[in-house]
Design a protein around this ligand. Structure first.
Ligand code: ATP
Ligand code: MG
Length: 335
């Protein structure tokens, strides 16, 4: 039986599996579709994502993670199993797996993650905290006696941490990230334009028409939905300024969470962060203007990692190499 080491970033929005030198070998939305009549899974990943809001009654399109943690055990296990099978094919392998988890998850939530990996055939399971993985994956040297700050904004959680000497010094996690942004956009359009729009339309607006630092009234897009007044299909124009207004409260909550991490960080390390800057990772890092917004709030340069969506996955896999040097935020799970 051959040996295979897999890094799995089981995110609220995306599941990414990395192995070997090639890096990511699977990248799928964290979605699974279950046929309630036939009692079987009919699609997962991208195929299941396409069914969101469009599936017939008997097919449940399920997102098995909520706010960074598993909310549907059976479906999460099934999704991980299918993803691992897709990666290893028919080879007879019991891989060693590093899974990443948001910092500050409960023992029960941790157990669900470990069980899902074991049920998928893992021989050994390690857990790494998301911000540590994000820094490793962005190529930061976190082993030195030097403060590094990362803000990882995913789909479910925003994880903030300061590391030094291979360990977490201060951390915080809030349940405000990409999904909450979408919900806020939907709510804003409902309240201000009396139009009900779907989640995917909100996601589209966030990606194409957001600028939270310097929003323009001129940059517009057309969104369609159902009018709350007439009940009929309607199209309206919204601008960057609308999206920025919709997201202000969420972003301010993330800023407040970063502030508490600064407050918990010893002054020498705060000085290091001042010199080195704040690293922004996760899909939310791509929200236009967010880096400049954070820079302005703290007077510390904030920069977006190269490939922010892939950092945690890359770091999760890289953790195998440096696992002896990681002081905390990394552990072997008992199974
Ligand atoms: N260009 C973009 N602008 C704004 N947001 C984006 C952009 N591209 C992706 N996103 C958002 O990034 C989020 C997904 O990021 P990521 O894959 O890092 O999350 P995750 O790891 O699955 O979630 P979590 O870590 O919270 O469990 C989604 O909410 C998506 O809408
Ligand atoms: Mg993530």
């Amino acid at each position: 039986m051959s040996v295979l080491d897999l890094g799995i970033d089981l995110g609220t929005a995306n599941i990414i599996i990395s192995a070997g030198r090639s890096g990511a070998i699977l990248n799928e939305p964290t979605v699974i579709a279950f046929d309630k009549n036939a009692e079987r899974v009919v699609a997962f990943g991208t195929e299941a994502y396409k069914m969101i809001g469009r599936a017939p009654e008997h097919i449940a399109v399920i997102k098995p993670l909520k706010d960074g943690v598993i909310s549907n055990n059976d479906m999460a296990q099934e999704l991980i199993r299918l993803c691992i099978l897709k990666v290893i094919g028919k080879r007879l392998i019991n891989p060693r797996i590093v899974m990443c988890v948001p910092s500050g998850i409960t023992a029960v939530e941790r157990k669900a993650v470990v069980e899902s990996a074991v049920s998928a055939g893992a021989r050994t399971v390690y857990l790494i905290e998301e911000p540590v993985a994000a820094l490793l994956g962005a190529g930061e040297d976190i082993m030195r006696p030097f403060g590094r700050m990362v803000v990882d904004i995913g789909g479910g959680t925003s994880d903030i941490a300061v590391t030094s000497l291979g360990g977490i010094v201060a951390a915080n996690s809030v349940k405000k990230a990409g999904n909450a942004f979408n919900a806020s956009i939907q709510r804003y359009i409902e309240e201000n334009y009396r139009l009900s729009i779907g989640e995917r339309t909100a996601e589209d607006a966030k990606i194409t028409t957001a600028n939270v630092f310097w929003p323009s009234e001129e940059k517009k897009m057309v969104v369609s939905g159902r009018s709350l007044v007439t009940g009929l299909p309607t199209k309206i124009e919204i601008s960057e300024a609308d999206i920025a207004a919709a997201l202000t409260e969420d972003i301010d909550q993330i800023i407040a969470a970063v502030r508490t991490v600064f407050e918990k960080t010893p002054p020498e390390l705060v000085g290091d962060i001042y010199d080195h800057g704040i690293l922004l990772t996760g899909g939310g890092a791509l929200l236009r203007g967010l880096d400049m917004y954070i820079t302005r709030e703290f007077g510390v340069k904030c920069h977006v990692a190269d490939d922010p969506l892939g950092c945690v996955a890359r770091g999760t896999h890289l953790a195998f190499k440096v696992r002896d040097k990681l002081r905390n935020g990394f552990e072997k799970a008992r199974i």
